[in-house]
Design a protein around this ligand. Structure first.
Ligand SMILES: Cc1cc2nc3c(=O)[nH]c(=O)nc-3n(C[C@H](O)[C@H](O)[C@H](O)COP(=O)(O)OP(=O)(O)OC[C@H]3O[C@@H](n4cnc5c(N)ncnc54)[C@H](O)[C@@H]3O)c2cc1C
Length: 602
């Protein structure tokens, strides 16, 4: 079905508009081509990565490079790259799918893959000139060359625009000399090209450059030793030093001072891809955990039969289901937005850039939510394995260590939390998302007398969808009151911003899970989708608790007296179920299904 501009929600609009289940894309909507791609990637993952897991854990950096080269030969590095530059041009959903299913074997390969195909290549496909794209992208898309992205410095991490690396124009105006130190650079040990950010004179913003790196002719570039890391042990991470590195002027990316914009937009794409890259890890952790739990007996009983273990299996499954639902929903929105822009006459490059930028809020939400879900899942995975979970002999400890980095890179989760709310407020101020109208309506509702009628909840998810609508009111009520109270100073109140972002995140994730389960129930039948429905309901129930906690803390921090009482009463009303779901029964049903299938099976 063709998507029309007015039907497609803008980024952030999910908060103020109702989405119909027919309008979301779900993993069950993969095309035949996408399913074939998924099979091919899963097979590659099993054969080339999982079978050699021990080599990655033993810090075999050369092996990571070798497997990357094989991925290049099979076309996996060029899925997102236009055909004109040697790629497969498969669209955004397919790009996500490859990131997803190639990433679960080890975080080492997943990081190398993400750094190369995402931040190492995308700045050129998104911002490069025709000459730059012709010269470099085919080499990157095929794996002839590998890319790295040099933004972070010892003194410039989250404050990425504060770097001290300099770029000085030569007297003849033909080249720049780059001097400085970069830190934590993924793929540094085997890359042939670096995207380097440096400051020209006293510019406010940094500038991006494409820098070739040939070990035999290093051009002033030296590498530090490999870092000794908690996880992703065979991902090459080094410092990079530039000492009068000469870069021709034609290798500047976009314009002077455009580097910060490039860095931020490359990270938007990187964030949703990182979410995708955590999904299959989560599925694999659950599968490994349930297989162990079915086998392991204590008190003459498989531990999977204990309620305490069922609790964990069900929670792990529900969060993986929500992660998949939200990631592919956003990916398809991005793909559709790109198509609409291409149809409207934008170049593919411009369309892709703007398409992803439009959903930057969702990209931040996903990065935070899925990176935390995979970490929690791995933690519970260790617990299910008991003492064996703590041993290097089982895969859980490596999964846990590898998952940890996802909360740090591509912008820490604190930064992404604050960004998601900050971007939403900015969009509202620009008139792209109307928050004021709905927020005013919520205020009026708070002043009015609540309805005591009991609505008809007989239709599937009618109460849950009403609950989602109420959670959106909580966000509007809390964020609206906070904006009124603090105005532009709100950004100084980080605990409030983080609480607001937790509410926002839960709304998006829970709504996505419910819409997916509803769509599937309509087409495959409620009975066939009973467990998916249970997972969506369980996820929402947990989301309501998180929203209630964050809403309450926020309200009592900035409101007093009558206002506080009114807001707390509103909160109570907005997080109240008429018919509470029996969460214990839901968890048991989910766990029994996962146990019976002996894997994550959705
Ligand atoms: C294994 C690994 C691979 C990496 N790969 C790359 C790469 O390929 N290229 C690259 O350029 N970089 C890379 N990085 C760097 C990574 O992006 C940074 O580590 C990250 O952005 C955080 O910066 P920092 O480490 O300096 O932490 P800091 O910025 O010092 O942050 C420390 C803590 O303070 C918090 N904090 C910072 N500022 C604020 C604020 N304004 N408000 C509230 N809290 C704040 C952070 O959230 C964090 O919890 C990598 C890092 C690692 C560990």
């Amino acid at each position: 079905m063709e998507t029309k501009d007015k039907e497609l929600l803008r980024g952030g609009q999910f908060l103020v508009k109702e989405t119909k289940c027919e309008d979301v894309f779900t993993p069950e909507d993969f095309s035949e081509e996408q399913k074939m791609m998924k099979e091919a990637v899963m097979e590659f993952n099993e054969r080339e990565i999982i079978a050699h897991k021990a080599r990655f854990e033993a810090k075999d950096f050369a092996f990571t490079e070798e497997v990357m080269r094989k991925a290049g030969e099979l076309g996996f590095l060029g899925v997102a790259v236009p055909e004109a530059y040697g790629g497969l041009d498969m669209g955004f959903v397919s790009t996500l799918l490859v990131c997803d299913y190639i990433s679960s074997g080890t975080g080492s390969f997943s990081t190398a893959f993400g750094a190369h195909t995402g931040i190492g290549t995308m700045p050129i496909t998104l911002y490069g000139t025709e000459e730059q794209k012709q010269k470099y992208v085919p080499k990157l898309a095929t794996g002839e060359w590998f890319g790295a992205y040099c933004l972070t410095e010892p003194g410039a991490g989250s404050d990425a625009n504060s770097g001290k690396t300099t770029a000085t124009l030569s007297e003849d105006g033909k080249s720049y000399k780059i001097n400085g130190q970069k830190m934590w650079i993924s793929n540094a040990g085997f890359c042939r090209l670096m995207i380097v950010f440096a400051r020209i004179e006293n510019d406010k913003n940094i500038t991006g450059f494409i820098v070739e790196y040939d070990k035999d002719n290093p051009n002033g570039i030296t590498l530090g030793e490999e870092e000794h890391k908690l996880g992703i042990r065979a991902s090459s991470t080094r410092q990079v030093f530039f000492n009068d590195t000469v870069v021709p002027v034609e290798n500047m990316l976009a314009g002077r001072g455009e580097g910060f914009k490039i860095a931020m937009n490359a990270l938007n794409v990187g964030r949703i891809k990182l979410a995708g890259a955590c999904l299959d890890s989560q599925r694999r952790i659950l599968t490994t955990a349930v297989q162990y739990a079915n086998e392991r007996k204590q008190f003459n009983t498989p531990i999977a039969d204990f309620g305490a273990i069922k609790y964990k299996l069900a929670e792990m499954a529900a969060s993986a289901y929500a992660g998949e639902s939200a990631t592919y929903r956003a990916a398809k929105n991005i793909e559709d937005r790109i198509s609409l822009r291409v149809a409207a006459g934008n170049s593919h490059q411009e369309a892709e850039l703007k398409g992803v930028e439009e959903y930057a809020i969702e990209c931040s939400i996903l990065k935070v939510a899925v990176s935390e879900d995979v970490q929690n899942c791995a933690d519970e995975g260790i617990q299910i394995f008991g003492g064996m979970g703590f041993s290097e002999e089982t895969p859980m400890e490596a999964a846990w260590r590898d998952a940890r980095i996802a909360r740090i890179y591509e912008g820490t989760n604190e930064i992404n939390r604050m960004l998601s709310v900050g971007m939403l407020v900015k969009k509202a101020m620009k008139g792209h998302v109307d928050l004021l109208g709905p927020a005013t309506k919520v205020q009026e509702e708070l002043m009015g007398i609540p309805s005591f009628e009991t609505p008809d909840y007989s239709e599937l998810f009618s109460e849950e969808k009403e609950m989602i609508a109420k959670l959106k009111k909580v966000f509007l009520m809390v964020a609206g009151a906070a904006v009124q109270k603090f105005g532009p100073d709100l950004e100084e109140h980080q605990q409030l911003l983080i609480a607001a972002s937790d509410i926002l995140i839960e709304i998006y994730m829970a709504e996505s899970a419910i819409l997916r389960a509803e769509k599937n129930a309509k087409r495959f039948g409620e009975e066939a989708q009973a467990i998916q429905i249970a997972m969506a309901k369980l996820y929402l129930y947990n989301a309501v608790s998180i929203v209630e906690k964050n809403g309450k803390e926020s309200i009592i921090s900035f409101a007093e007296g009558d206002e506080q009482r009114m807001l707390l009463m509103g909160l109570k009303r907005f997080v109240k179920y008429t018919n509470y779901p029996d969460i214990v029964d839901l968890r048991i049903a989910i766990a029994e299904k996962v146990k019976a299938e002996n894997k994550y099976c959705f």
